[in-house]
Design a protein around this ligand. Structure first.
Ligand code: NAI
Ligand code: MG
Length: 343
């Protein structure tokens, strides 16, 4: 079996963590053919006059699966996010972000195990904006649809049922957003009625933020709209050691793009310092998506062992190793483990 996967290194720390993750995935002995799509974002604007060239989209359509590094979006000016563009153009409506404690990282909590399901194509990210020069009024339309709410909520419930998770919290702002918030919450309750084995509750977003930094152990799965999910994912990353360790996946009914929660981290780019753990865990999610559960288990458990030992870690989690050293050490462990399983 050979897996054809689109590989988007991205920019900033992207190429560093992507190469590290490729080496780890290849250390499993599985065979991948990487369809490299290097020209995206600012580099693509220079070369093709667009940040998101059609050939990148075509590659994902062809291979159905992509592994992606972050791509920088200019702040307050310039081109629209290609990360959002990919999700919208390929209809990757479910952004799945597990936040799972790793041993040996100093955090206030010991056993965080949360999954955020973020709607990935609508809401404040719809891109419907207008600026009235004369009146100096900026409008942003946050549009959500019944279909969009239903499919992300159903996705979360199906996922919970399939993986034996027990609780789902619907996160909203229905006290203030009496149309959009209420619609999301109503659909949530409707869908929940079909999953009697799953406990359901709801929280208003601001209270949810407080709850998560005080009592993360009370929560299991969280399903919410696009912007709330974006913000809560970085918050939850902070509960388990930061953006260097949390994975993510963008899933649609036809295609899937696997990318970590973090961005291009310009402050540490090009220094061989970035933590590739987030993208390696993302790669583990990709392996499960491809049906390679046994190999994914090996990657997950060797990763935990490396953290338990605590000798080969990157700076963001208190170590002194480089991106490459971390990846090489983990890869060695994985290949010996796979060899011993085969023997
Ligand atoms: P960021 O996630 O790039 O960085 C936030 C902080 O976390 C920085 O201090 C950074 O050094 C640290 N960090 C992030 N990933 C790390 C890793 N793997 N190892 C160690 N430390 C890590 O967020 P920021 O600075 O807000 O955004 C930078 C750029 O990334 C922006 O242009 C933004 O639009 C873009 N971005 C792209 C995303 C994507 O491609 N999916 C997602 C989020 C942001
Ligand atoms: Mg974000």
């Amino acid at each position: 079996m050979v897996y054809n996967v689109t590989l988007i290194p991205g920019d900033g720390i992207g190429p560093e963590v992507v190469e590290a993750t490729v080496s780890v995935l290849e250390s499993t002995g599985l065979k991948f053919v990487w369809d490299r799509q290097e020209t995206i974002g600012a580099a693509a604007v220079e070369e093709y006059g667009t940040p998101l060239p059609e050939m990148v989209l075509d590659s994902v359509r062809r291979n159905k699966v992509a592994l992606k590094g972050p791509v920088t979006t200019p702040v307050g000016k310039g081109f629209k996010s290609v990360n959002v563009g990919l999700r919208q153009r390929l209809d990757l409506f479910a952004n799945v972000r597990p936040c799972l404690t790793l041993p040996g990282i100093k955090t206030p909590f010991e056993n965080v195990d949360l999954i955020i399901f973020r709607e990935n194509t609508e809401g404040l990210y719809s891109g419907i904006e207008n600026f009235d020069e004369r009146l100096e009024i900026a409008d942003t339309i946050s549009r959500i649809t019944r279909t969009g709410c239903r499919r992300i909520i159903e996705f979360a419930f199906d996922y919970a049922r399939r993986t034996g998770r027990q609780k789902i919290t619907l996160v909203h702002k229905a006290n203030i957003l009496k149309q959009a918030g209420a619609m999301f919450l109503d659909i949530g309750r409707e869908v929940a009625a079909r999953y009697p084995e799953i406990e359901v509750n709801d929280r208003i977003i601001d209270n949810m933020s407080m709850q998560l930094v005080m009592y993360p152990e009370r929560y299991d799965c969280i399903v919410t709209t696009n912007l709330f999910g974006d913000i809560l994912s970085d918050l939850c990353a902070g509960l388990v050691g930061g953006l260097g360790v949390v994975a993510g996946a963008n899933i649609g009914s036809e295609y899937a793009i696997f990318e970590a929660v973090h961005g291009s981290a310009p402050d540490i780019a090009g220094q061989n310092k970035a933590n590739p753990t987030a993208l390696i865990r993302t790669g583990e999610m990709m392996l499960r998506h491809l049906g390679e559960h046994a190999i994914a288990d090996v990657v997950a458990s060797e990763l935990v062992s490396v953290y338990q030992e605590g000798r080969t870690l990157t700076a963001d989690v208190g170590g002194t190793s480089s991106t490459d050293e971390f990846a090489a050490y983990l890869s060695d462990r994985i290949s010996s483990r796979v060899a011993s399983l085969k023997a």
